[in-house]
Write a protein that binds this ligand. Structure first.
Ligand code: FMN
Length: 164
């Protein structure tokens, strides 16, 4: 069984969330890799915020290879009430998830439920199996105990759904 944690992070918070997920997945005996998304457009704060507001993808230096991956986890911030341009490019690259379970964590100042809900809908439209999704705000992102609990919950929901 293999898992990939794909994340975008500008100021490090989502990277921390991704690391907690990696540790949780590893603790379940699953072979896990993590990949940071590198946008090719909108790399300045203003440029990135503008693309996010306009719902325009950034393009990616490299699209993560998901061949042989049974569990996908996506972690990224909310920008301008939406997913980041880098995560939008990642979503655009997901054509057929072939019923694979997905863990999705969306981090904002506040818990932006609408962004997580829209991403869940898009993931299902791309053939995802169960999508274990959560929008979290700063209070949770800054609390390692709550993050650990969140990772356990989401990974249980996603992994219990698979027979592998
Ligand atoms: C350009 C920009 C736009 C943002 N817009 C929102 C927003 O609309 N809603 C929100 O709750 N947080 C917003 N935030 C806050 C980030 O989502 C939040 O700080 C996140 O945890 C940052 O993750 P990172 O440290 O991994 O980059 C924004 C941050 C930036 C830089």
């Amino acid at each position: 069984m293999r898992a990939k944690v794909v994340y975008f992070s500008r100021s490090g918070r989502c990277e921390r969330v991704a690391q907690v997920l990696v540790r949780e997945i590893e603790s379940r005996g699953v072979d896990v890799e993590h990949v940071r998304l590198e946008p090719v457009r909108g790399t300045s704060l203003v440029g990135g915020a503008l693309l996010a507001a306009l719902r325009v993808p950034s393009g990616l230096a490299q699209i993560p290879d998901l061949s042989g991956v049974n569990l996908l986890a996506l972690v990224g911030p909310v920008w301008a009430g939406s997913m980041t341009p880098a995560m939008r490019s990642m979503m655009d690259a997901l054509h057929d998830l072939d019923d694979r379970p997905v863990v999705n964590v969306v981090c904002g100042f506040h818990a932006c439920q609408g962004v997580a809900a829209r991403m869940m809908k898009e993931l299902h439209a791309r053939g995802a199996g169960i999508v274990a999704s959560r929008a979290i705000g700063r209070l949770v992102v800054n609390d390692l105990d709550q993050l650990g609990e969140l990772a356990r919950e989401l990974c249980s929901a996603a992994l219990d759904s698979t027979q592998l």
